[in-house]
Design a protein around this ligand. Sequence first.
Ligand code: ZN
Ligand code: ZN
Length: 260
Amino acid sequence: MSWICTACGTAYAAAGAPPTGCPVCEDERQYVPAAGQSWTTPAKLAAGHRNAWQQAAPGLLTLQTVPAFAINQRAFLLRTPAGNILWDCIALLDEATLALVRGLGGLHGIAISHPHYYTTMQDWAAAFGCPVHLHAADRDWVMQPSPALRFWEGDRLEALPGVVLHRIGGHFPGGSVLHWGDTLLTGDIVQVAPGGRRVSFMWSYPNMMPLPAGEIRAVAARLAPLQYRRILGAFQGQEVAEDAPGVVARSAARYVELLG
Ligand SMILES: [Zn+2]
Ligand SMILES: [Zn+2]
């Protein structure tokens, strides 16, 4: 039985008692709740929650835990001719989710934007017998070892034909986005603002701490060569539906201007 942090969803190795703290929450990019760190187990989480599915586009499904749990991000299931990829991860892997994903053909691989969404990736990888692609720059944030973890280096990894991970940095040094067709899936690395006409890039979202201007310029430069039309972010409803590269460029330029 593993322990899952209820504030961030990170799973820790089975032990008689929960961990004394959650390093992911203690980092300044997250937070320890005022009432202190609390813990659940996969069975308790499954007893009070379920995963809700939506179709973002043909071949692109989202799944999100309801009622909301921990950071409340969504994961994406990409259905490609070469197999399915799970983009980002959520803590709840219940029997229904297992059955549904198996019914869709299982997983060929899992790719995750940054450590806040590592959650129970080790359990998902074991259940579906697939690798997890993580950027090596963030490997110190892995809280449980697993033979399924594959640490990639550099700025680009083709996880499956046509499914390309790009290291963008910013929020985390290994912060990555997934490029598939006309769509960029960005997790927290490019955060879609309300209205879908602006994006932002933060060192810490809960603590509202910005990134330095030089890092914003670097993030924008790494995104500039990519050919895409829209962005889907980490949270339900987050979408830049049209001219996403223009939105990214204008948002980054204005951010640097405000910092200056
Ligand atoms: Zn935590
Ligand atoms: Zn994050």
